[in-house]
Ligand binder design. Structure first.
Ligand SMILES: [Zn+2]
Length: 192
């Protein structure tokens, strides 16, 4: 997906989100879920993950107490090395919006493990309350992550990798494999 397509998609989503946020403000400010799946993610992916993974339940609970919202897209990445990413979209009316891409797969358990990995990154960003832009997020990961690529800048954290592995074990049993490993592309600036 080239940067122009990503930029148009994110701008569209931000407009939609801005409208949604404005409409919801008169009610409970954080009544909406903080993790929101977009098509073509399976409609039951999050429900199944919540039912079978205590770790994912904990991640969603942690996000619910923050000002961060994660939109999740299931994406057919062109490269086999990339399994997920988290990008910062913007801040609107006191809510910070991010978008997580996870590799589109037929096996929901693999996808749930990757979702958990990205939700861990979302928790990391949520707890860094000073992060309000893609540049802030990149600065955060330069300080707190390990750079995995410099074009575009991509980062990884031990915590996210461990969460992915843990959820894989929760869903499949004690058979650690590389399936829950992801090369993470986070904090990149090509959507600016
Ligand atoms: Zn990662």
């Amino acid at each position: 997906m080239n940067s122009a397509v990503i930029r148009r998609t994110l701008l569209f989503l931000l407009v939609v989100l801005t409208f949604s946020r404005t409409s919801a403000q008169a009610d409970e400010p954080f009544a909406d879920p903080h993790v929101r799946l977009l098509p073509p993610c399976g409609s039951t992916l999050l429900d199944d993950a919540l039912e079978h993974s205590e770790t994912i339940r904990s991640l969603v609970d942690r996000l619910t107490s923050t000002d961060l919202v994660v939109y999740v897209r299931c994406t057919a990445f062109r490269t086999s090395e990339l399994s997920g990413s988290l990008r910062f979209m913007g801040s609107v009316a006191g809510v910070r919006y991010t978008i997580a891409d996870v590799r589109l797969q037929t096996q929901w358990r693999n996808q749930a493990a990757m979702l958990a990995h990205e939700l861990m990154h979302a928790v990391e960003v949520a707890e860094a309350s000073w992060v309000h832009s893609a540049a802030d997020m990149e600065a955060f990961y330069r300080e707190n992550g390990t750079m995995t690529s410099d074009r575009p800048p991509s980062f990884e954290t031990i915590a996210a990798r461990e969460v992915g592995r843990r959820v894989y074990r929760e869903l499949y049993g004690p058979m650690p494999t590389k399936a829950a490993e992801t090369r993470h592309d986070g904090g990149t600036s090509d959507d600016n």
